[in-house]
Design a protein around this ligand. Structure first.
Ligand SMILES: Cc1cc2nc3c(=O)[nH]c(=O)nc-3n(C[C@H](O)[C@H](O)[C@H](O)COP(=O)(O)OP(=O)(O)OC[C@H]3O[C@@H](n4cnc5c(N)ncnc54)[C@H](O)[C@@H]3O)c2cc1C
Length: 336
């Protein structure tokens, strides 16, 4: 017997963890799902940079798992070997002093890289990468997409999911749903300057990661302390969100110098390191009330992502999952 849900096509724009979670759940429920991603690969801000003999997570550093549904998903990733617990020696810097963190949180990372869970999910989905969706429109109840790289996409869709940060969702919603556009553009997301330092010699630092308060830098961590990492010692340094946002348009070289000075003050001298710098324009930020997702049952246009659900990896995954359930209820009503 054919599955009635397979009559419904869904396009998911964005292959971050929210889009991947939504697409995975929809596919499991019997929908035909097509994902479009503007980057070369999936995983969005759960990202990793690689080079010859080194790698570094330069977006999300670790994630926590509190919701039973997310714990269940995490356990499947752990079983598949694409995630594991990370037990860093964790310090805190405040008021010019270091102390050990008292945090009891269990922390998890992708293995061997932060983008591994995303790749694992993406392997089971139909995804087109290098497709920047720059226009959406609806005709006769069907959604149509236009891509910057390929022009008009011939397939039409019953449901459209925008699993992208609020400012990018706002730009797409502009021509089709003014209240959705206004809502998305009211969300304030902050940037983040990130440095990756590849050290020529191992650093003599008595911790693996640290939260830094009241400095330009807010986080440093040794990638090699995470499970499954091999190769040259690399450290990821995040500037704090407020400073990053204030100086987001700074020239990369100037931002690099200021962050390196701050790192040196904290004991990480990168004078002999090879440095890469990345400017995240939409790193963090979320609406105050955790709505989970937004679904317009009339137009069948919907939104999911971390910014609708607390602003972290777990919230993003749950947002996509919960939206898929809402779409399923809507489809069941149309096609009981
Ligand atoms: C520097 C940094 C540090 C962080 N640290 C942590 C941490 O330690 N712990 C934690 O839990 N979270 C952390 N986060 C947040 C975490 O990474 C996010 O909450 C989560 O990954 C967001 O997933 P998402 O799917 O909602 O969005 P994203 O990961 O941003 O996915 C959106 C995807 O959509 C794509 N896209 C955008 N526009 C288009 C378009 N027009 N067409 C096609 N594709 C498009 C993007 O390329 C991207 O792949 C951090 C984030 C950053 C940047």
């Amino acid at each position: 017997m054919s599955n009635p849900k397979s009559k419904f096509n869904v396009a998911v724009v964005g292959a971050g963890i929210a889009g991947l979670s939504c697409a995975t759940r929809l596919q499991a429920l019997g929908f035909q799902v097509q994902v479009y991603e503007k980057s070369r690969g999936p995983s969005g801000r759960m990202s990793t940079r690689n080079g010859d003999g080194w790698s570094a997570d330069h977006g999300a550093q670790y994630f926590t798992a509190r919701d039973p549904l997310f714990i269940e998903a995490l356990n499947t990733w752990i079983k598949a070997g694409v995630a594991a617990a990370w037990h860093p020696r964790l310090n805190v810097y405040e008021a010019n002093q270091w102390h050990e963190s008292t945090s009891k949180d269990s922390r998890y990372v992708g293995v061997p890289a932060m983008n591994s869970p995303g790749k694992y999910l993406a392997d089971k989905l139909s995804i087109e990468c290098n497709q920047t969706i720059d226009k959406i429109y609806q005709q006769h109840g069907k959604w149509f997409l236009h891509s910057l790289e390929s022009g008009d996409i011939t397939q039409s869709f019953d449901y459209l999911v925008l699993a992208i940060p609020a400012p990018q969702a706002s730009a797409l919603a502009k021509s089709v749903d003014h209240s959705m556009e206004a809502f998305c553009s009211s969300v304030h997301m902050q940037g983040c300057w990130t440095l990756i330092a590849r050290l020529s010699e191992k650093a003599n630092i008595p911790f693996d990661a640290a939260f830094i308060n009241n400095e330009i830098i807010s986080w440093i961590s040794k990638n090699n302390s995470k499970p499954g990492r091999t190769g040259q010692e690399t450290w990821t340094i995040h500037a704090n969100p407020q400073w990053s946002q204030q100086w987001i348009e700074l020239d990369k070289e100037e931002a690099k110098q200021l962050i390196l000075e701050s790192a040196k003050k904290l004991g990480l001298d990168c004078a002999k390191a090879e440095i890469a710098i990345h400017r995240w324009r939409y790193a963090s930020g979320a609406i105050h009330a955790e709505m989970g997702f937004i679904f317009n049952a009339d137009s069948k246009l919907s939104l999911c992502g971390d910014w609708l659900n607390g602003g972290r990896v777990e919230g993003a995954w749950l947002s996509g999952y919960q939206l898929a359930s809402a779409i399923n209820i809507s489809a069941t009503t149309l096609n009981p």
